[in-house]
Design a protein around this ligand. Structure first.
Ligand code: C5P
Length: 235
């Protein structure tokens, strides 16, 4: 799989989603289906996107008891998605249950979806993590340790800030996937993200993939912004 620029389809109705994708003139994209879209349109949206030739990161960030996560992953694996994720905060048992579920649900001869784990959301900074999640450690150490736990549990990679990629690769190696949201061009509005980098910086930091939402989805000319960001990303 080529190192992807994944477009987060965080749009609040079907017509807007279709209108956005129509602007890409049939180009095969890598898209992220998040909770908003999946809870609204369900499995149908996955079938529709697959039929249009897109690859899919299903970003549902599962976090529940191991048995529930395993059974849910078994269900999701039947959807022919490419990447799916869990919260590493669910613990090692939950993460390995997720992997087991994906293996059980992948059709014979089919490709198991890549499983990644969220370490800390890119909207969480160290102050919030310490004062509200009551994790009394440095953010970098939490991210590094959660990534190692994920790897030990059979998870293929993590969702992380691009700034954390060198530290994660230091512990988990360069073949461990790093999928990085919190991407902005210099001129973009940062919004609720706290740890942002440009596509070029993400490449230099060694990210495997980047996730871009509002910079593209709210742009006046989404295709133009996508092409520019892709060029910066690919170098
Ligand atoms: O609009 P923006 O580029 O900030 O969108 C980033 C996307 O990546 C959103 O869909 C958000 O839910 C997702 N994400 C994130 N941080 C994580 C995991 C996922 O921002 N750690």
């Amino acid at each position: 799989m080529q190192r992807p620029l994944i477009i987060a389809l965080d749009l609040d109705d079907v017509a807007k989603r279709r209108a956005l994708l129509d602007q890409f003139n049939g180009e095969s994209l890598f898209v992220k289906v998040g909770m908003e879209l999946f809870y609204r349109e369900g499995r149908q949206v996955i079938h529709e996107l697959k039929e249009s030739g897109h690859q899919i990161f299903l970003d549902l960030k599962l976090h529940d008891i191991p048995n529930t996560v395993q059974r849910t992953m078994r269900e999701l694996a039947s959807l022919d998605i490419d990447i799916v994720n869990v919260h590493a905060a669910g613990g090692k048992k939950m993460m390995s249950a997720a992997r087991d579920g994906l293996e059980q649900g992948t059709k014979a001869g089919g490709k198991r979806p890549i499983l990644i784990a969220v370490t800390q959301l890119t909207s969480t900074d160290e102050e919030t993590m310490q004062s509200e999640l009551l994790i009394n450690q440095q953010l970098n150490e939490v991210v590094r340790t959660y990534a190692s736990f994920a790897q030990e549990s059979g998870v293929d990679g993590v969702v992380c800030s691009a700034k954390e990629v060198p530290l994660i690769q230091d512990s988990c190696g360069t073949s461990f996937y790093t999928v990085c949201p919190g991407i902005r061009r210099k001129e973009d509005v940062v919004g609720d993200q706290k740890r942002v980098v440009t596509p070029e910086e993400a490449r230099e930091l060694g990210s495997w993939g980047i996730v871009v939402g509002r910079s593209i989805t709210t742009a006046e000319h989404p295709l133009k912004v996508y092409q520019e960001m892709k060029q910066d990303w690919e170098g």
